[in-house]
Design a protein around this ligand. Structure first.
Ligand code: NOJ
Ligand code: MG
Length: 551
């Protein structure tokens, strides 16, 4: 695989702005705070060494869905700072050769967006058709059987009493869906892209693109799928509230705008499990270059599952797309919690994402080290979620503070910079979400060469510099049960990556491969240690990156 554009081999670090760093003591993270911590990410000898940051939404917002309810696409929310702060952040990031991706939320706005405030003022308002309005059903109820993606919300329709019609919302009632079949919406939302591209951003993560295609006639969902709320549950069945082929027309339009700015990229949060259906979002190379792989992060902790997912990378390449890998983000329990080797806390048995009990909270779960090796050595773009570099787990949030409409508070807690300081150095004020008093932090791990943070740093250095990882071919190897092994080859060199998923030692025999030297180990042998791949004892939860002596 030849990597030309920067994003093909990029490591993108997702910053959740409310929780990354607070600069002004109001307890909420902000853009100046992000600038203060940029050196953690890139630009210096001790930086993590990522290539880009993706900021979850920074726009003006009532924060009902924590910024995914945008009230002004062309301004920064005062909690985060000002437009000038955003420009400063882009400039400071670029100085460190760090690209900046913003979150683009095309499916809906906030109900406090001026477009919607106008639209709901009268049936004749020029902005009325920016949104999707329908008369009530004959019984006065919602016009179709469509449901919101969020179980707590119920129907995807809310009656607007002033004008006597229902409006559509795929998420909360405070997030009315835009109607992209209206050319004026398309034009206005294209201008939003240009607004930020003109300010130097390097691309966008596109929120929920599969929601942009809705049945043109807004017909009821078939009875057998009407109860399913999200595309990941649908497999290959049809749902009329999303996935309509019209979406491809919209995405081609967005891509054409972004292509006016060379060196930019799009990554789509296409919430579809079905691998073949997801391929369609690459278009014929004219829609989304990158699409998140929902299958990858949904895998159980199993070598077979990840290996089978790896088989699909060829299909992505065949349609002109490029593979992506991520294990955590702001919507799913952190993988350090999901895959924890240790038993979940029984007091949270009904809600496993509320945190696993950890007998030694100062050490990340051993599986996070194997996951780090996998994420950084597979071909394609890799996405890290803030805090995963230190093995952060979900943090229980007391019920009175848990305000997310979909229960995601525990996985969005403040970054743990330095636990020797109040609130881990995240804020000098009162943090908007709790910070644990003990556990994992950047300060401790930064000075420990054996830490998870140091492992990520070493892996990312290798990923940026070793030809086999920059652009090498990929081939899976048969290494026996509970081991996912693959080869990356380029320019006459070959790396073999061995990922041990077993909680016990495994004897590995890689037929036809001879000897090599360890470049990086999750734990155990130091770099340079010779290994015999024809007969190797892999320790429990161990991962090795080995360079073959004779490729
Ligand atoms: C997907 C985002 O990742 C999620 O956080 C949000 O709630 C929905 N889309 C709605 O924008
Ligand atoms: Mg602040």
């Amino acid at each position: 695989m030849v990597s030309t554009e920067w994003w093909r081999n990029a490591t993108v670090y997702q910053v959740y702005p409310l929780s990354f760093m607070d600069s002004d003591g109001d307890g909420m993270g902000d853009l100046r705070g992000i600038v203060q911590r940029l050196d953690h990410l890139a630009g210096g000898p001790s930086s993590l060494g990522v290539d880009a940051i993706w900021l979850s939404p920074i726009y003006r917002s009532p924060m009902v869905d924590f910024g995914y309810d945008v009230a002004d696409h062309c301004d920064v929310d005062p909690r985060f700072g000002t437009l000038a702060d955003a420009e400063h952040l882009v400039e400071q990031a670029h100085r460190r050769r760090l690209r900046v991706l913003l979150d683009y939320v095309p499916n809906h706005t906030s109900d406090q967006h001026p477009w919607f405030e106008q639209a709901r003022s009268s049936r004749d308002d020029p902005y009325r058709d920016f949104y999707v309005w329908r008369d009530p059903a004959p019984d006065g109820g919602p016009p179709t059987n469509w449901l919101s993606a969020f179980a707590r919300v119920g129907p995807a329709w809310t009656l607007d009493p002033t004008t006597g019609q229902y409006y559509l919302h795929s998420y909360t009632a405070e997030q009315p869906d835009l109607d992209w079949r209206n050319p004026a919406v398309r034009e206005a939302m294209h201008q939003v892209l240009r607004f930020w591209l003109d300010r130097g951003v390097d691309g966008f993560r596109i929120d929920a693109p599969h929601r942009l295609g809705k049945d043109a006639l807004l017909r009821d969902n078939p009875a057998d799928v009407a109860h399913l709320r999200i595309a990941t549950q649908l497999d290959d069945r049809e749902h009329r509230s999303m996935g309509d082929p019209f979406v491809h027309d919209v995405l081609r339009g967005i891509r054409a705008v972004v292509d006016e700015y060379p060196g930019t990229v799009l990554v789509g949060e296409v919430g579809v499990h079905h691998p073949v259906r997801r391929l369609a979002y690459h278009g014929s190379g004219d829609e989304l270059p990158l699409v998140f792989d929902f299958g990858f992060w949904s895998n159980p902790w199993s070598a077979d599952a990840f290996r089978a997912g790896g088989e699909q990378m060829g299909d992505v390449l065949a349609v002109g797309g490029w593979p992506t890998h991520a294990l955590s983000n702001h919507d799913i329990p952190r993988h350090a919690t999901r895959y924890a080797l240790r038993q979940p806390d029984p007091s949270h048995a009904d809600e496993p994402h509320l945190g696993a009990s950890n007998p030694d909270p100062s050490q990340p779960d051993p599986r996070t080290r194997v996951a780090a090796v996998m994420l950084t050595t597979l071909p394609g773009a890799t996405f890290l979620y803030y805090g995963e570099e230190i093995g952060m787990t979900d943090v229980p949030v007391p019920a009175e503070l848990a305000t997310d409409p979909n229960g995601r508070d525990p996985l969005r807690t403040p970054m743990q910079w330095d636990l020797s300081q109040p609130d881990a150095g995240f804020t000098t004020g009162h943090p908007w979400r709790p910070v644990p008093a003990a556990g994992l932090d950047v300060a401790t791990q930064a000075s420990d060469p054996g830490s998870l943070l140091s492992l990520y740093r070493d892996l990312l250095r290798l990923r940026r510099t070793h030809p086999c990882l920059v652009g090498g071919d990929y081939a899976a190897l048969d290494a026996g049960p509970e081991v996912y092994a693959y080869r990356r080859s380029a320019q006459g060199a070959t790396l073999v990556v061995l990922l041990g998923f077993a909680d016990a030692p495994r004897h590995v025999t890689l037929d036809g491969l001879a000897t090599g030297r360890v470049l990086i180990a999750s734990h155990g042998p130091t770099p340079g240690t010779p290994v015999d791949l024809a007969a190797l004892d892999l320790e429990a939860n161990q991962a090795l990156v080995v360079e073959l002596d004779r490729p």
